[in-house]
Write a protein that binds this ligand. Structure first.
Ligand code: 16G
Length: 201
């Protein structure tokens, strides 16, 4: 790892909250009506910010169960994984909190990947997008996805891609994602869950 140039407290946030300032919302304003941004999410009680360890107690894992199986993740499992992500770098889990009841009501993960191609480019993947469906009508799905998409742009990524279930294709199309002709396949091999190697490298 290179020199530590962190300008924020890593015990407080998974990534530097300053990265979420001044995202290029002008470039996506046609997708939102009324216009909202991560810094002005439309309600005074909504906050968009990086993941925190305390989000274990604010229902981050519970909301992920809307997406898929989460399993039995203890607080120490959660903290260990948080620190792995923090140390590895490239993980930008972003959440929406309802500060009235201190609950996580939306989340999306941006993961970046170093490449040799495209002049040693950075590439982005969108993962684990969830929004509590009792908050419907507030454009929170668009808000959280556009926030991490604009963050990937700010970080200099040359593209961002995602896998999703078919019924979600119209949603992602409505905010600028495309099925590229001849290049819109997602293929998978699934492995049975086996014990993990602790320090893969
Ligand atoms: C969806 C998610 C992906 C998540 C996966 C879980 C988005 C854009 N895609 O594909 O991030 O990891 O579902 O499903 O949120 P799985 O349990 O079958 O891997």
């Amino acid at each position: 790892m290179g020199p530590d140039r962190r300008t924020y407290d890593p015990r407080q946030y998974l990534f530097d909250p300053a990265l979420l300032k001044n995202l290029d919302w002008g470039s996506v304003k046609g997708y939102l009506s009324p216009p909202i941004t991560n810094e002005g999410p439309g309600e005074s009680w909504l906050v968009v910010r990086p993941l925190q360890i305390e989000d274990f107690d604010k229902g981050y894992l519970q909301i992920l169960t809307q997406l898929t199986a989460v399993g039995n993740v203890s607080r120490s499992d959660f903290e260990r994984q948080y620190w792995r992500m923090q140390q590895s770098g490239g993980y930008y889990i972003t959440v929406i909190e309802d500060t009235r009841n201190r609950k996580i009501i939306g989340a999306a993960t941006l993961v970046t990947e170093f490449k040799f191609i495209h002049n040693c480019a950075l590439r982005a993947r969108l993962e684990d997008v969830v929004v509590n469906n009792t908050y419907r009508g507030k454009q929170l799905g668009k808000l959280i996805v556009l926030t991490v998409s604009l963050l990937s742009k700010k970080l200099g990524c040359y593209k961002m891609s995602l896998d999703c279930r078919d019924p979600l294709i119209p949603f992602y199309k409505s905010i600028g994602y495309k099925l590229e002709p001849g290049n819109a396949n997602s293929m998978i091999v699934r492995f049975e869950e086996t014990p993990r190697i602790e320090n893969p490298s």
